[in-house]
Design a protein around this ligand. Structure first.
Ligand code: C2O
Ligand code: CU
Length: 487
């Protein structure tokens, strides 16, 4: 039975997000902002205090189902939406109430290296009971998200994730915004999460795929919409490993942004929207003025496990409008540096390993080791350019010259999907599977299917040591990550 979305629906439940604006005199503001290594600025940041701590959440929907012990930001799953405007300064005050160390990584935001939240690379882990203040400017509008970047296979799976929205100065004309964080869980009928984090099978195959899909921490079956309504649907994939492939069943979505970066609006082929772990999609839905009609959004990415993701039910009665709005849904581009393709340095990244991959040996801590032994003894199953990552110390995979353009040819020589994510930058996706990608969209994560290759290009304009890794968290844990240094 389809149940209606509760009053605290995905579109409205974040309305009460704690958002403090410090109104200080210039002197007070400067003092408050005088962090080590940071110039004091007379600008008031948007402040979010976020505590990470154990909590419980009603993930299972069946009446009488037990709650689930989770780890949560601000006591709920997902965490509060962090929202600010483009050009503002954001300050996130993390308090760690977890039983282990943590950090916050703001995925997709172009920020100073020291604020990137990668322990062992950009900061020390935040100890149990410890605090850390992240503070930075927001050059780009769009949808981003935050999650821990240590023991991520466990911490993200237990519920630590949340959405960041940076609003455009000129809002689009819409009737409603829906912000949906899609996730999955490996969970029993007793509500307990399976504790088999980093299970060797998950590490060497497709990662930890769960058996329960949630939207904003709840099983959602249907949502009431109005005929003629224009909805901006913002989606993020916060799952450890699951790729979503949503078929919109007649709703004719238009994509207006990928990974938070505007694209020329387009209708995706076959009304199918595919987004891998870490990726975001902004869609415009103009609901047909057909009261009572139902539109089933179905996820058939894993064919044998197809299921209904959500059903849009058009309210009976008079439509909001008879004809869809005809105002533009194009967003202004963000201030990104355009790579100089003609003079870009070309670099190759080869992805190898995993089950059924036939990789014989890998370099680990400077030594060549047979892959079987490496897997047995160290749990590593994947390589980037022959190297299974051990720690973040050691020589980076690439040293990039500040301000120069780079073109990466990434080849997935495995039989698994890999959403590859670069920190601190946005890149253009030039081609996938040997075919040019229309519009060369900007992204921070590119999904490579089995045996697929992709070409990306970007300007290395953000100095520091940045991670490049697979966002299937078990793959990253299993060796699929590297550091690139921009100097
Ligand atoms: Cu979403 Cu390296 O992270
Ligand atoms: Cu991967």
């Amino acid at each position: 039975m389809a149940k209606p979305i509760p009053a605290s629906s995905p579109g409205t439940r974040f309305g009460d997000v704690t958002r403090r604006r410090f109104v200080l005199g210039a002197a007070g503001a400067a003092a408050a902002l005088a962090l080590p290594g940071w110039p004091a600025r007379a600008v008031s940041p948007v402040v979010h205090a976020i505590a990470a701590a154990p909590a419980s959440a009603q993930l299972l929907a069946k009446p009488g189902s037990p709650k689930t012990q989770v780890w949560a930001y601000g006591g709920r799953v997902p965490g509060p939406v962090v929202r600010a405007r483009q050009g503002e300064r954001l300050r996130i005050e993390l308090a760690n109430g977890l039983p282990q160390e943590t950090t916050i990584h703001c995925h997709g935001l172009r920020l100073p290296n020291a604020m990137d939240g990668v322990p062992g690379l950009t900061q020390a882990p935040v100890a149990k009971g410890g605090r850390f203040v992240y503070e930075f400017d927001l050059p780009d509008a769009g949808m981003f998200w935050y999650h821990p970047h240590i023991y991520a296979t466990e911490q993200v799976e237990r519920g630590l994730s949340g959405v960041i929205i940076v609003d455009e100065p000129q809002p689009l004309e819409i009737d409603r915004e829906l912000v949906w964080l899609a996730d999955d869980w490996r969970i029993g009928d007793d509500g307990a999460l399976s504790a088999d984090f980093n299970h060797p099978h998950d590490v060497s195959h497709g990662g930890r795929i769960g058996n329960l899909v949630t939207v904003n921490g709840a099983e959602v079956e249907s949502i009431a919409v109005k005929g003629g309504e224009r909805i901006r649907l913002r989606l993020v994939n916060a799952a450890n490993a699951r790729v979503f492939g949503l078929h919109f069943g007649g709703l004719a979505p238009r994509v207006i942004a990928l990974d938070g970066q505007p694209v020329t609006p387009f209708a995706p082929a076959g009304e199918r929207v595919v987004f891998g772990p870490g990726q975001r999609v902004d869609l415009i839905l103009d609901v047909p003025a057909r009261p009572g009609e139902r539109f089933v959004v179905r996820d058939a990415y894993y064919r044998r496990f197809a299921y209904d993701f959500v059903t849009f039910v058009v309210e009976p009665g008079k439509a909001l409008r008879d004809k869809p709005l005809d105002t533009s849904v194009a967003l202004q581009p963000n201030p990104l540096a355009e790579p100089d393709l003609a003079n870009a340095t070309v670099q190759d990244v080869l992805i190898e390993g995993g089950a059924m991959g036939g990789l014989a040996e890998a370099t680990f801590k400077g030594e060549k080791v047979p892959l079987r032994r490496l897997f047995r003894e160290h749990g590593k199953a994947w390589t980037l350019n022959g190297i299974a990552s051990a720690s973040m110390a050691g020589a980076p995979m690439f040293r990039l010259a500040l301000g120069k353009s780079y073109r990466w040819r990434i080849r997935n020589d495995t039989v698994w999907d890999h959403p590859m994510h670069l920190h601190g930058h946005a890149f253009r996706v030039l081609s996938r599977g040997g075919k040019p990608v229309a519009g060369r969209p900007w992204a921070d994560t590119v999904l490579l299917h089995a045996d697929e290759s992709a070409e990306i290009a970007f300007v290395a304009d953000n100095p520091g040591k940045w991670l490049f890794h697979c966002h299937v968290l078990e793959h990253h844990h299993g060796g699929m990550g590297a550091v690139v240094e921009v100097i």
